[in-house]
Each structure stands twice: as C-alpha cells, then as structure tokens.
Design a binder for this molecule. Structure first.
Ligand code: SF4
Length: 360
C-alpha cells in the first residue's frame, strides 16, 4: 500500500529527528521562548540562548518581572533587539492578563507582541495540539520542490497558498509531529544546497528532482537593495572621581538598536574621506562644548550586515580634561571603564570593546 506524504514524513521524523532542548515538551512558555530565539538565529547558537533564558527565568513570571537591561544583556549577540522588547511585553501581558497561562487560541496568540502567524501556529500546534500548519523557510523549500509551487514565497499570495497546502497535507496526523517533521526534513535532508535526492523518500514524486530544478525552489521576488550607513562613534574619555570614565547614551528612537546603549556618534549616508573629519561635524553640534580635547587614532572599520543595511563604523577616542557640563541635555551619562561591558550594546560596539579591553 502506498503511504501518504504525511505518513512517510512522520516516519522519517521518528527515525531522524535531532534531540533539542525544546523538543518533546509541551510547555507553551518554553516553546514560545525557543521560537522567538530561533527567529533569524541558527539552532546551535539558539541552544545557548535558550538555556541561558530558561535558567535565568524558569517561568514567565520571572521573565515578566526582570529588569529590561538584564534581559537585553542576556539577549546581547542575538541581534534584532525588537524581539527582546516583544519578549518582555508578551511576558508581562501573559503574566498579568492571562494569569501566567498562554492562551491556546491562534488569534489570541497572534494578538501578543512579537507573535505572528508562524509563532502562533507553532505554539498552538506544539503546545496545544491544534491543527495549525507552521510554515517556515524549510517548509517553503520542501513543499515548493516536491509539488513544484512557483508562487513567490515572499508574497501574501504565496504565503496563503503554502499554508493551505500544508493544512491539507496535515489531515489525519498529530499537528505537533507533522509540523516538526516537515521543518526537520527541510533542515536536515532537503537542504538549500545539494539536497540528498538520491536517498530521498520523495525522489520519485518530487517535481524539482525530476526536472533537476532543486536550486530554483522556492521562488522569491527580488528584494529591495541594501543601503549603506556610516557611523563615527566618539569614545569620549575623562577622569572623574579618580576613575577613567566614558560617555554613553541610550538609543530611544525607533530603529534596529532601540533601547541599546552606544557612544555619541555622527551618522552619514556616505563615507567621509577621513574618519577624523567627523570631529569637525561633531564640533558643529557642540558635542565637546568649548572644552579642550585631544583625539586618539581612529579604529579600523567595524562592519555589520543587517537585513537591508550595511553598517560601517569607526571609533574615535576623544580625551577631555574635565566632564561635560551639559552631558545631561544630550542624554549622555558617565560610565566607569570597568562597568562598560555591563550595558547591552550593538554587536559591533561589543566587538570594539572586546578589542580595546586590554588598553589602559
Ligand atoms: S527529492 Fe530532493 S528536492 Fe525533492 S524533496 Fe527529496 S531532497 Fe528535496
């Protein structure tokens, strides 16, 4: 008797699944944590953060009551800090309005900050056994290849089409097993480059394999071009109460690094001829007031690639003889050198601080 798609898949899953700390559990809190951490993060890196968070906050009440800076610090290195913001917001809502219990309803889950279709479907199916297909990058790849679906996956039409297909294929199977099996098959077997078609259980019915078009699936609409930004950070150093101190500020404006800390900076859409030219621009904003200052050698360029943004940053040491009088007005505050690494900072600043930590 021919086995169905779902039967083959779930059988394969039982034989091949990886043992991951968030697998084979049905605690909605831990499933939610793992799903938020794994968004835009590799599984190996995600395991460390998952363990870090579940140890620090074993239940949602502990997370809901944690200081924001402590959560950002634990999150540091994962990037996309709006996920950490939403983590805290959702923890507070579930702890306060739902008595610590995640709702089992898809729409209610989706109304929580940071939970979209994918995460709501994951929690509803994995924690509560509800019939909601989870459609991630692995699922798009597997289904598009096997069934030859050419609708671009980054369009509303594509998303709907793949969700409907996965929903239909799920019929008669335990939603948690089916969803995890499909994602795991994409992660381990039907991988983006060089999928193992020779040993694949679907090779006789797979559209992409039979037409030798594996690399052409899934189909995507071209993305917007990446834009460049140049940051010139002023690492302002001054002696204060017998300690070497630096000026930091918190980024409060909307954007990728909201709520993280950094040094005062000049931003530019094009590269300056010399990093030290940025000092002239800083003087125009009266950043160093009329105080005498000297500058050190600018750092090498530090680069970070974000989704639509390529950031290049230089760090320019600035030495003051006395503290700024209007630092408060510019939202700057003094931090002792030994405390600098306690603050959550963008990844390229963390790299810079790491590089200079041995410099006195
Ligand atoms: S035959 Fe190849 S492309 Fe098709 S599902 Fe299997 S591994 Fe993926």
């Amino acid at each position: 008797m021919n086995r169905s798609f779902g039967e083959k898949l779930t059988f394969w899953y039982a034989q091949n699944k990886r043992h991951l700390p968030w697998r084979d559990i049905c605690d909605p809190y831990k499933i939610w944590l793992s799903e938020i951490i794994l968004q835009q993060t590799r599984v190996n890196q995600g395991i460390t953060y998952y363990q870090r968070f579940t140890q620090a906050y074993p239940d949602i009440f502990r997370l809901a009551n944690a200081p924001a800076d402590e959560v950002y610090k634990l999150w540091q290195g994962l990037g996309y800090y709006n996920r950490a913001d939403n983590l805290m917001k959702t923890a507070k809502i579930v702890a306060g309005q739902y008595n610590g219990q995640f709702p089992d309803d898809f729409e209610k889950l989706k109304s929580l900050p940071g939970i979209g279709d994918y995460t709501a479907a994951a929690i509803a199916s994995l924690a509560f056994g509800k019939k909601h297909p989870v459609v991630d990058g692995n699922v798009y790849r597997v289904l598009s290849r096997i069934f030859g679906v050419e609708t671009p996956i980054n369009t509303a039409k594509g998303k709907k089409e793949f969700t409907t297909l996965a929903f239909r294929l799920m019929a008669g199977h335990a939603p948690a097993d089916f969803n995890q099996a499909l994602m795991e098959f994409g992660a381990l077997h039907c991988v983006p480059h060089h999928p193992d078609c020779e040993t694949c259980m679907f090779k006789n019915s797979c559209f992409a394999a039979s037409t030798h078009r594996q690399a052409g699936f899934p189909v995507k609409k071209p993305k917007a071009p990446v834009c460049n930004r140049y940051y010139y950070y002023f690492v302002i150093q001054v002696a204060h109460k017998g300690e070497t101190c630096f000026y930091l500020k918190k980024r409060t404006a909307r954007g990728i690094w909201r709520n993280l800390y950094d040094f005062p900076a000049i931003e530019s859409a094009s590269a300056l001829e010399e990093p030290l030219d940025s000092i002239v621009l800083a003087q125009k904003t009266n950043l160093f007031e009329k105080l005498p200052y000297t500058t050190g050698t600018p750092s090498v360029v530090y680069r970070q690639q974000l989704t639509h943004l390529k950031v290049s940053a230089y760090f320019i040491p600035v030495f003051l003889t006395e503290p700024l009088s209007n630092g408060q007005k510019k939202s700057l505050f003094l931090v002792q050198q030994k405390q600098l690494t306690n603050f959550p900072v963008p990844r390229l600043i963390a790299r810079y601080l790491q590089d200079i930590k041995h410099i006195k």
